[in-house]
Design a protein around this ligand. Structure first.
Ligand code: ADP
Ligand code: MG
Length: 396
């Protein structure tokens, strides 16, 4: 059994040689631009990156040792990706090896692809990506749900993926801090009146409470837990999801809402990122992405429910549609909380950070916050994807 130690660049190369299944690995570079972990690219003799080594640190990297965090997140990440890879290999990064003691995983290298968020910030369109993400969500969430899992296996997996420490971060950052005066919040000062109005909006706070309650108690499927465009690689007709350390059994609408929320954040940010005509064009493409993602997700999930459900009660004709209506409502609400937590809260996104013009940035953030609020408050009046898109257009 290996004892935990933090990898050096040389350790990472040695480990990749042992478990990567690739010859001639000679060099490595730490590239973790994420907030939590070490990530090494391992290069061959030609200088081409071939393998990724990711190691969890016993604390939150972007904060330091004052914020300890369980190493068990590496096990959760590797095992969630292995399960998702079993049901949707085409859109899940491949885990080649992992060691729970070292909190290390050896992964397929996706360096030939690009992170979707960066591409959206530049206005580069990947017309197939949204449908592929919808496919990933439908397959992974359906097959880990009660529709498909054996009831004993499902209950064992709920326990295996409890993930209390990482869920605690989500519970605070999504559902508490943006609606409180909190030192970790990070919105522009000019928006203080708008943000203050969130704190005192009873209807909003009650709906956020209900969403948090569902996050805490609805063990519907094995979620990725943090599906945002910074955790998605895209290329020509390719999409791969990485970074599932926030995975746990939760409400399906949380994953779908997070995914849609990040597309809508980009929609709100585009006027600050591109010149007006390009921004208008990119915004239409983003709305198409929103439509395609939801359509593919819901159609594929319903088809799987009709054809592959193993639970006899849940397979009863019509139940899939009834459940999809609930997922839609949850999706809208969680999408709204993603828009607010990424603008008011601690975890800001490049789409907003990269807006140079301060006045424009404030306007884009204002739009994201008001859209988020609308989705949380008016979820029950937004019946379908076209109604959502109409609301987004109304918002500005
Ligand atoms: P964290 O969990 O710390 O946020 P991520 O899993 O998001 O770490 O990885 C951080 C960065 O490392 C990514 O943004 C990406 O640039 C790079 N990276 C991670 N996994 C891969 C991979 N499989 N292939 C290529 N680059 C990767
Ligand atoms: Mg991460």
């Amino acid at each position: 059994m290996s004892q935990y130690r933090t990898f050096t660049a040389a350790d990472a190369v040695e480990y990749a040689r042992q478990f990567g299944g690739v010859a001639d690995l000679v060099d490595s570079l730490e590239v973790g631009d994420g907030n939590l972990n070490l990530v090494f690219k391992i290069f061959d003799t030609k200088g081409i990156s071939r393998i990724i080594i990711k190691q969890a640190l016993p604390y939150v990297r972007c904060v330091g040792e004052s914020w300890p965090l369980t190493l068990d997140r590496a096990r959760i990440e590797a095992e969630v990706l292995n399960i998702h890879g079993q049901f949707c290999p085409e859109h899940t990064v491949k885990i080649l090896h992992y060691d729970p003691q070292l909190a290390v995983m050896v992964m397929e290298d996706l360096s030939s692809l690009a992170i979707w968020r960066g591409e959206q910030v530049k206005g580069v369109d990947y017309p197939q990506a949204a449908a592929q993400l919808g496919e990933y969500l439908a397959k992974t969430l359906f097959h880990t749900s009660d529709f498909f899992q054996h009831p004993h296996q499902k209950k064992a997996d709920v326990a295996r993926f409890t993930n209390p420490e990482l869920c605690d971060i989500t519970e605070e950052l999504f559902f508490n801090e943006p609606y409180e005066v909190h030192e970790r919040n990070g919105y522009p000062r000019a928006l203080e009146p708008l943000v203050a109005s969130l704190r005192t909006d009873d209807a909003l706070r009650l709906n956020v409470a209900a969403l948090k309650h569902r996050f805490l108690s609805n063990a519907e499927a094995l979620l990725h837990g943090d599906v945002h465009s910074g955790s998605i690689f895209v290329g020509d007709n390719t999409l791969k999801v990485i970074d599932a350390e926030f995975g746990y059994y939760g409400p399906i609408g949380f994953d779908v809402g997070s995914a849609l929320g990040n597309l809508l954040l980009n929609y709100c940010a585009l006027p600050g990122l591109l010149v007006p005509r390009e921004a208008a064009d990119a915004r239409e493409k983003r709305l198409n992405d929103v439509r395609r993602l939801w359509r593919r997700f819901s159609e594929r999930f319903l088809a799987l429910a009709a054809e592959n459900s193993r639970d006899r009660a849940l397979a009863y004709p019509g139940y899939g549609d009834a459940f999809m209506r609930k997922i839609w409502q949850d999706t809208l609400g969680f999408c709204g909380t993603e828009l607010i937590r990424r603008t008011v809260g601690m975890s800001q996104v490049a789409d907003i950070k990269e807006i140079d013009d301060e006045t424009m940035k404030i306007e884009c953030v204002r739009q994201a916050i008001t859209l988020g609020r609308t989705l949380i408050l008016a979820a029950h009046q937004i019946d379908d994807i076209d109604a959502l898109i109409a609301r987004v257009r109304q918002n500005g």
